[in-house]
Design a protein around this ligand. Structure first.
Ligand code: NDP
Length: 361
């Protein structure tokens, strides 16, 4: 029986995680749950699972630390949205507990520091993001030394076939209609701009120690193939399932085992699998992410921060859909060459990039 602490329990990843635990009571129990401000949902979960909880808005990062110390979980799922997820990841690893990591910002903002911490504390970081979960599995099967290329799939989002003119008129409610995945608001908008795929490219280069030339993106509208690796002999290996985050979350919870579960097995019949090149010119966030990953230093932190500020402005009707990329581009023109050597410096770069993005607004 594994005791699971769920950070961001009221969100999309948190809800899927709790659904797995609810359906597999012999295998998992809930050690604790956190949310930022949704007190009523948190109280409901606390009652249902008979566990402890913490509301980050009131208790801050100390609440998460106290919860870890009090409940001693076997694994923590970090399903917190945005850069607010970074310090919780650090605390989990500081506490020498395995981390099932959905919060991609942890990797994008501070991978070298996070990796060092995990290594020195002998803890596992298991990717939950579906593409990286797939690559993690495939690399474990094929062995890293045999893998020459990672190919990340992208649904293409709701505007995959929109013209430039149509993209200019996109509204918030259009952007929130993802064709295949059901996710939180921020990541859904990031999927529409392809910023999410950009974050995932950065994530893949960091998690799997590959340079940007060997991490490719392919648009696959059905979202059935979660990612592909090419081995030295040219062969492609893919992971396929229905687009349901419960699959990668489950895999992270049972790692390194491979167990049966209650989720519907994928039925191969009557599906089409299509693959297209991304439209880099019309969705420039993907190119900006590649460039940030290549330049390194503080550029990936700046990419993430600028995008977060711009998405927030878009959600609050202050800017249009295409302005998200324009603001990010402007911020990335600033100098972020310095590489942060500790978490404080990471947050300094994050603050600076947010300030520049705020000025662009
Ligand atoms: P949601 O917006 O659905 O949920 C976010 C959760 O984080 C909520 O529980 C929320 O609490 C909590 N939260 C928000 N802000 C803070 C904060 N400042 N401090 C602490 N907790 C906070 O997000 P998702 O579940 O969609 O995404 C979570 C993470 O997982 C993101 O990094 C995303 O990129 C990644 N991810 C998500 C996928 C998905 O399918 N949803 C797929 C792959 C990766 P409250 O409800 O109180 O606001």
């Amino acid at each position: 029986m594994k005791k699971v602490l769920v950070l961001g329990a009221t969100g999309s990843i948190g809800t899927s995680t709790l659904d797995i635990i609810r359906n597999m009571k012999d295998d998992f129990s809930v050690a604790g749950v956190t949310a930022n401000s949704n007190q009523s949902k948190l109280t409901e979960l606390e009652k249902e699972f008979g566990c402890k909880s913490s509301l980050t808005k009131d208790e801050g990062i100390d609440g998460i630390k106290r919860l870890i110390d009090a409940t001693k979980p076997d694994i923590v799922v970090n399903g917190i949205a945005g850069s607010a997820g970074l310090l919780p990841s650090k605390i989990v690893l500081d506490s020498k507990i395995d981390l099932a990591l959905a919060n991609k910002e942890t990797v994008v903002m501070a991978w070298p520091l996070i990796k060092k911490l995990a290594d020195s504390n002998d803890t596992n970081i298991i990717p939950v993001d579906s593409e990286h979960s797939a690559v993690f599995c495939l690399i474990n099967q094929c062995q890293k030394k045999n893998v020459s290329e990672i190919i990340i799939t992208a649904s293409g989002g709701p505007f995959r076939n929109y013209s430039k003119e149509q993209l200019e008129k996109v509204t918030l409610s259009d952007a929130l209609k993802h064709p295949t995945w059901n996710m939180g608001q921020k990541i859904t908008i990031d999927s529409a701009t392809l910023a999410n795929k950009g974050l995932e490219v950065i994530e893949a280069t960091r998690l799997f120690d590959m340079d940007t030339d060997h991490v490719k993106v392919v648009v696959h509208p059905q979202s059935l193939v979660h990612s592909i690796v090419r081995t030295n002999d040219g062969m492609l290996y893919a992971q396929i399932s229905d687009p349901d985050m419960k699959h990668p979350i489950f895999q992270s919870l049972v790692y390194p085992e491979n167990k049966s579960n209650y989720l519907k097995p994928f039925d191969l019949f009557d599906h089409e699998l299509n693959f297209y090149k991304p439209r880099y010119e019309d969705f420039p966030m993907l190119s900006y992410a590649y460039s940030a990953a290549e330049k390194n230093g503080g550029y990936t932190i700046a990419f993430n921060a600028a995008n977060e500020v711009a998405v927030d402005a878009f959600v609050n009707s202050k800017i249009g859909f295409l302005d998200i990329a324009k603001i990010t581009e402007k911020v990335l023109e600033k100098d972020f060459t310095a590489t942060p050597s500790d978490f404080e410096q990471v947050f300094e770069i994050d603050r600076l990039a947010r300030k520049y993005a705020g000025e662009c607004l």
